[in-house]
Structure formats: structure tokens, C-alpha cells
Design a binder for this molecule. Structure first.
Ligand code: DX5
Ligand code: ZN
Length: 218
């Protein structure tokens, strides 16, 4: 579908070659670049912070989609906005003040996303709908790439699509997106698909053609 955006996650790229990996995947048809920030606290893994985001920014031609899996989150929003993020997504579970977090993201000049873990109900973001640009539905428990898609989240996507109505809010799917699961979530109303392992498998900076085949297969 031409209205579906594919956002490869650099979590599955070669960490020593982010610039070249990003250029390769863009040449092979990526729409957005998804950047997974993990703190070893909100999620078990640690990835990188705002300095890495700033360093990769010049290599990204389109949307830099930064997914913050960190807590506390508010103190770091300014730094990620300054790194050049177009969209900053924080988790609704990251603290008691998701409304304040979304305000802070918008005040910092970025578009605001809110992510929901698999156990979190749609009602948790009902009162944020008029101030967000993106909802990220986690279809795995965050922290690692290459996990299995959680099918119960398809129902959540349908509910969110109905809740969103005609507001201009993206519904993004993150985790376990493959050629098999992608049609299920786009049929349910998602329009942005994050994919890590499904995009980066089989290719490399030296041999990027598989990235394109993988993107077209999703
Ligand atoms: C998971 C991250 C995802 C991850 C997806 O915590 O938020 O963005 O990279 O990886 P795959 O597509 O391999 O499930
Ligand atoms: Zn992510």
C-alpha cells in the first residue's frame, strides 16, 4: 500500500556503521528511520542517547522517529529535540505525567508520539488524543529486536483507529513486523510499520539489495 510508511529500526543495523546503514536503507526504499533509545531501566537493554541521534541526523533524509524507552523521560526531551528528532515518542507507562511529557515534547518543537506496551489499555491515552501526532502500538514487549508479534494487539489497533476518528494521528506498529503480520495491522488501521530484523536480515552496507527486497515484501 502506498500510504503505508516503512520505518526501519536501526536497532537491527550495524552499530559501527549507522551512517552507511541509514543511507543504504533509504536508497532501498525506507520512508522513515526509527531510532530506539533504551536505558537499561525502563527496558533491560541499553542502546544510545541524544549524542548518537545528533550524529546520525545528517544522514537521515526523511523523518527521524525517536522512540524513547527511558524513565524518567522529561529531563531528556530537550536534548533529543535538539538532536534533530522530528517525532519523539515517549511511553505512557514511563511515569505518572504523560500529559506533561507530551506538552514538553511539543514545547521543544518536535511532534509528539505516545507508545503503549502490550498490557496497556487504549483508555490510558484517551485524554491525550488532541495533543499527539502518533500512537506507537508495541506488538512485542520493548527491549529487544527479533521477538515474536503479539496477536492480541491487532484488536488494540482497531480500537485506537476508531478512537482517533478524523484526527491526523499516525498509528505505528513496533515489534515483530514481517510480511505475514504487516497485512494484519494495516487492515486494522495502522499506517506506519517499524521493522528491524525483517528489514536488515540478509543484507549489509556492502550488499544492500536484500534491504530493498525485504522492504517491498512487508
Ligand atoms: C523493541 C523496539 C523495536 C525493535 C523492533 O523494543 O522498540 O523498534 O527494533 O525490532 P523487530 O522488528 O526485529 O521486532
Ligand atoms: Zn521502537
Amino acid at each position: 500500500d502506498r500510504n503505508i510508511k516503512i520505518a526501519p529500526s536501526i536497532l537491527a543495523a550495524d552499530f559501527a556503521n549507522f551512517g552507511a546503514e541509514i543511507l543504504a536503507v533509504q536508497e532501498q526504499g525506507a520512508d522513515w528511520i526509527h531510532v530506539d533509545v533504551m536505558d537499561g531501566h525502563f527496558v533491560p537493554s541499553i542502546t544510545f542517547g541524544p549524542e548518537t541521534c545528533k550524529a546520525i541526523r545528517p544522514h537521515i533524509k526523511g523523518v527521524m522517529d525517536v522512540h524513547l524507552m527511558i524513565t524518567p523521560v522529561d529531563a531528556y526531551i530537550e536534548a533529543f529535540a535538539k538532536s534533530g528528532a522530528d517525532i519523539i515518542t515517549a511511553h505512557v507507562e514511563a511515569g505518572p505525567h504523560a500529559h506533561r511529557t507530551v506538552q514538553a515534547i511539543r514545547n521543544a518543537g518536535a511532534k509528539a508520539g505516545i507508545a503503549l506496551n502490550p498490557a496497556t489499555p487504549v483508555e490510558s491515552i484517551e485524554y491525550l488524543l488532541d495533543m499527539i501526532d502518533l500512537i506507537c502500538v508495541m506488538t512485542v514487549n520493548p527491549g529487544f529486536g527479533g521477538q515474536k508479534f503479539i496477536h492480541s494487539q491487532i484488536d488494540k489497533v482497531k480500537k485506537l483507529r476508531a478512537m482517533v476518528g478524523d484526527r491526523p494521528i499516525h498509528i505505528e506498529i513496533d515489534g515483530g513486523v514481517t510480511p505475514e503480520t504487516a497485512p494484519l495491522v494495516t487492515a486494522a488501521g495502522a499506517d506506519v510499520l517499524v521493522a528491524g530484523s525483517a528489514v536488515f536480515s540478509g543484507g549489509s552496507v556492502q550488499n544492500p539489495a536484500p534491504y530493498g527486497e525485504n522492504i517491498r515484501a512487508i
